[in-house]
Design a protein around this ligand. Structure first.
Ligand code: DGJ
Length: 732
C-alpha cells in the first residue's frame, strides 16, 4: 500500500495490491482523473489527461476554456462552468447565482483514515493488513469562499478505493448546496455494459445488465431509504467481461437514504460514473463556518470480472465495515414467529413454538410484530412501545425467562421510526410525523414516518427501544422500517431548511443505531425494511446482518440472494426456511432445498414448528447440525458464483471455499426437473489445483485441477426444485 506525490509528473498515485489510482493537476489548479486500473508501476502516465490535444488547457487556450471543461476528466466535477455532463457539486450563493469551480490548493498524505462524523464508513482495523492511508486534496472556490477536501483512502489488505468529500463554507455568506454528490469517475470506455441491481418488494436486488449507450442511464431513490426498487450500486463491465474475466469498475454507496448512481456517455464517447446523495429534493444550507460531509463511496476495479469485484467487496466489508462483535461469531439459529402466527399470538403460543424449537436445536426465539398494546393488526399503535400484557401474560421478563430456561436466547422486533395515526404517541405529538402543514398526510401501511431530524423525537425513540431492552435480557433486535417517505416536510426544520430533511432523517437513524450498539454492545442487531428495502453498506456498519427479503420461497430467493451476494458477504444475508405453500408465491418446494438455500445466509426458521410433521422436524435437527458444522466456512470463506438460474433459466449453483482452500461447499439447485437428460458437469473454482480433495458424500477423490478445469458430475434429481449441497475436503 502506498500513496505518493510524484513531483516530476505532478501526479498523485495510490496503489494497493494489484490496483493503482492516479490523479493529476493541470495548469496548477484543475484536478483531473488520470488512471484507475491494474498496477502499471510507471508514473509517466500524465499524458492520459490529453493536455497536448485541442482544446488544450486554459492557460494555453483561454478562449476555449468551456471546451476544456466539457472534455476534461474531472476528479470532482462542478456545475455551471462549462462541464455540461451531470456533476457532483452545485452551489447557489446568497444572491441566487449558481456556479462553482474548484481550484487545487494543496495536499496531505495521512496514515490511517479519518472518520466521517455521524455517518457509517469503512475504518482501519487493528492488526495485520488493517492499516490504511488517506490522500487529502484541498480545493477552493474563491468566489464562493467554499473549501472542498477530497479524500481518498486505501487499506493495506484491500484493492478498494474509498472516497468522500468535506465541504466547508469559509466565506462570509450563506451557501446553498443543491448537489453534493460524493464521487465521479471519468474514463475512456467506449463499449461495455452497465450492471445495476433492482426489483421490487419481494423481488429485491435482481441483477440488471444493459449496454452502455450515449446519454445518461441511472438508478436512484428518493423514497427516503435505499429501497427495494434500486440499489446504491453500479458497475460498468468492459466488452466481453463476465463472471471471471474482463474489466469491471464498480461503485457502492455507504449510505441508507436517497441516492443516485449514474453512467453518462458524452459526445466524445467518454464515460462518467457518478454516485452520491440524490439531488432530487435536496438542498443544504451551509452557513459561514459550517461544513458538510458527503457519505462514502467505495470504488472497486477488477480485471477478473465480477468474481474478483465480489471478493474485494466481501473482504472489505468483513475487514473494514462491519463492527459488530458477531462479525466472526456464529449467529444463533433462530425461529421467528412472523409467518407462523402473524399478529395472532400470546405467551403460551410463543412458548409452544420455543419448546418444540429447542428440542430440535434452534437457539433463539424472535418475537415479531404484534407484541405491544393495541397492535392486533398492522393498522395501529406504532409508537406506543408498551408490552401488551393481555397477550403476554406476566410481561416480557416472564416470557424471556421461560425461553431462557429452554436454553434459548430471545429476540424482539421493533419498528422504531414509525407512528400510527391511531396511537397515543400521534395523538400527543401529531407534529412529530413527517408531513406538509395543511395537507392530509399520506398513509402507507396505515402509518406515518417520525421526523428524525427533530432531536426530541430521536430521544423519545431511543428511550422507547432501550427501556424495553433494559427490562429483560433480550439478545437480538430486528429493526424494521415498513414504509417509504412521501409529503416530506418537517414542522421542526422550518422554512428554508426543508431540503435537509431526507439527509437529516438518515443522520437521526444513524445516531439511534450508534447509541443502541454502544449501550448494548452484545446485542445482535438485524436491520430490515419491509423485507430488504434498506440492505445497504450503511446499515451493515451497525448490524452484521440484514433481512434479505420477505420472499422466503427457495426458488425466488435464488435471484435475490445472487444479486445480494454479488456485493455482500453471505453472513450478512438474513435467510430463513419457511412453510409451504410459500406465503408470497404459493410454491411448494422440498424442505431440504429450503434449507440449502437459507444456509447461504444468516440462517433461521420462519414457520410454526409445532404444526410440522415429525419428518420435517427431524430435518430441522439435521439442518441445524449442518449449519453448525458449516458456519466457519460460510462466515469467513470466499464465495464463487458457478451458474445463475436467473441467466440460464435451468439451474443455480454457488460455492464457498475456505480461505486456506482446505474445504469447499457447492450448493446446486436444479430448479425444474427435465426428462431424458444425463448428469450435468459443474466446474469448481478457487481450489488449490495441486491439492487432493475428497467428496464427502461418496468418498471420491480428485485433484483440485480436475475439479476446476474438468469438473464434477451433478446427478439428475427427481422432482422439481431439488437441490444438493456437496462438500469437498482437502486430504493432501
Ligand atoms: C416486514 C418484515 O420484513 C417482516 O419480516 C415482518 O417483520 C413484518 N414487517 C412485520 O410487520
Amino acid at each position: 500500500m502506498k500513496i505518493e506525490y510524484l513531483e516530476s509528473e505532478k501526479l498523485f498515485r495510490l496503489a494497493s495490491g494489484d490496483m493503482e489510482y492516479v490523479i493529476g493537476v493541470v495548469d496548477g489548479i484543475y484536478v483531473g482523473h488520470v488512471y484507475y486500473g491494474k498496477k502499471m508501476g510507471d508514473g509517466r502516465c500524465g499524458y492520459f489527461l490529453r493536455t497536448g490535444e485541442a482544446p488544450f488547457v486554459p492557460s494555453v487556450n483561454w478562449r476555449e476554456k468551456c471546451s476544456f471543461a466539457d472534455a476534461f476528466p474531472w476528479e470532482y466535477s462542478t456545475w455551471g462552468m462549462g462541464d455540461y455532463r451531470d456533476s457532483c457539486l452545485n452551489v447557489r450563493d446568497p444572491e441566487g447565482f449558481r456556479g462553482c469551480e474548484l481550484h487545487y490548493e494543496g495536499y496531505r498524505i495521512l496514515e490511517g483514515k479519518p472518520e466521517i462524523s455521524g455517518m457509517p464508513a469503512t475504518f482501519c482495523r487493528d492488526g495485520e493488513g488493517g492499516g490504511g492511508m488517506t490522500l487529502e486534496l484541498t480545493c477552493r472556490d474563491k468566489v464562493l469562499g467554499l473549501k472542498a477536501i477530497l479524500r481518498y483512502s486505501i487499506f493495506a489488505d484491500s484493492e478498494a478505493v474509498m472516497r468522500s468529500v468535506e465541504l466547508v463554507n469559509e466565506g462570509h455568506g450563506v451557501l446553498y448546496l443543491e448537489r453534493a454528490l460524493t464521487a465521479c469517475l471519468d474514463m475512456d470506455m467506449e463499449e461495455g455494459d452497465l450492471l445495476t441491481l433492482g426489483g421490487s418488494w419481494s423481488r429485491e436486488r435482481h441483477m440488471v445488465r444493459r449496454p452502455l449507450a450515449m446519454g445518461k442511464q441511472l438508478v436512484s431513490s428518493f423514497r427516503g431509504e435505499s429501497g427495494h426498487q434500486d440499489h446504491p450500486f453500479l458497475a460498468v463491465m468492459g466488452k466481453g467481461a463476465g463472471q471471471d474475466q474482463g474489466e469491471v469498475y464498480a461503485m457502492h454507496f455507504v449510505y441508507s437514504g436517497n441516492f443516485v448512481a449514474e453512467a453518462e456517455v458524452n459526445q466524445f464517447g467518454s464515460l462518467r460514473l457518478l454516485m452520491g446523495i440524490n439531488p432530487e429534493g435536496f438542498e443544504w444550507v451551509l452557513n459561514p463556518g459550517e461544513s458538510f460531509a458527503t457519505p462514502e463511496v467505495v470504488c472497486v476495479y477488477s480485471d477478473e470480472g465480477l468474481g474478483k469485484m465480489t471478493h474485494i467487496l466481501h473482504d472489505l466489508y468483513r475487514g473494514h465495515l462491519i463492527r459488530s462483535p458477531y462479525l466472526h461469531r456464529r449467529r444463533p439459529v433462530l425461529i421467528n414467529n412472523w409467518e407462523a402466527t402473524y399478529f395472532d399470538f400470546n405467551t403460551e403460543k410463543l412458548l409452544e413454538i420455543a419448546r418444540e424449537a429447542s428440542k430440535r436445536g434452534i437457539e433463539m426465539l424472535v418475537m415479531d410484530d404484534g407484541w405491544f398494546q393495541g397492535r392486533h393488526t398492522d393498522s395501529g399503535s406504532l409508537g406506543d412501545w408498551n408490552v401488551d400484557e393481555n397477550k403476554l401474560k406476566g410481561g416480557l421478563p416472564y416470557l424471556v425467562g421461560e425461553v431462557q430456561k429452554l436454553g434459548m436466547g430471545f429476540g424482539i422486533w421493533f419498528e422504531p421510526e414509525m407512528v400510527s395515526p391511531d396511537s397515543d404517541l400521534y395523538r400527543a405529538h401529531p407534529d412529530w410525523a413527517i408531513q406538509i402543514p395543511g395537507r392530509e398526510p399520506v398513509q402507507s401501511r396505515a402509518q406515518y414516518v417520525l421526523d428524525l431530524s427533530r432531536p426530541e423525537v430521536v430521544d423519545y425513540v431511543y428511550e422507547a427501544v432501550a427501556s424495553v431492552l433494559r427490562s429483560a435480557p433480550v439478545s437480538y433486535v430486528k429493526w424494521d422500517m415498513n414504509r417509504q417517505m412521501t409529503d416530506v416536510g418537517s414542522t421542526y426544520l422550518g422554512k428554508g431548511r426543508q431540503g435537509e430533511l431526507f439527509h437529516r432523517y438518515v443522520l437521526g437513524l444513524y445516531s439511534l443505531q450508534e447509541r443502541l450498539t454502544r449501550e448494548f454492545p452484545e446485542l445482535l442487531l438485524e436491520n430490515c425494511a419491509s423485507g430488504g428495502a434498506r440492505f445497504d453498506p450503511g446499515m451493515l456498519y451497525y448490524s452484521p446482518q440484514v433481512w434479505c427479503s420477505d420472499n422466503t420461497d427457495a426458488i425466488e430467493r435464488l435471484a435475490i440472494q445472487e444479486g445480494t451476494a454479488l456485493l455482500y458477504p453471505l453472513s450478512a444475508m438474513g435467510a430463513h426456511v419457511s412453510a409451504c405453500p410459500n406465503h408470497v408465491v404459493g410454491r411448494i418446494t422440498p424442505f431440504a432445498t429450503r434449507g440449502h438455500v437459507a444456509m447461504a445466509g444468516a440462517f433461521g426458521y420462519e414457520l410454526d414448528i409445532t404444526k410440522l410433521p415429525e419428518g420435517e422436524k427431524r430435518l430441522i435437527e439435521r439442518q441445524v447440525e449442518t449449519y453448525h458444522e458449516l458456519y466457519p466456512l460460510m462466515l469467513e470463506g470466499d464465495y464463487y458464483r458457478i451458474a445463475s438460474w436467473a441467466e440460464n433459466h435451468k439451474y443455480d449453483c454457488w460455492q464457498v471455499v475456505a480461505k486456506d482452500k482446505s474445504e469447499a461447499l457447492v450448493t446446486y439447485v436444479q430448479v425444474l426437473a427435465e426428462p431424458n437428460c444425463h448428469s450435468r458437469k459443474i466446474r469448481l473454482k478457487g481450489l488449490d489445483p495441486e491439492a487432493e480433495y475428497q467428496q464427502e458424500d461418496n468418498g471420491q477423490r480428485y485433484k483440485g485441477a480436475l475439479l476446476m478445469y474438468g469438473g464434477v458430475l451433478m446427478p439428475r434429481m427427481e422432482g422439481d426444485f431439488a437441490s444438493a449441497m456437496i462438500r469437498f475436503i482437502q486430504i493432501g
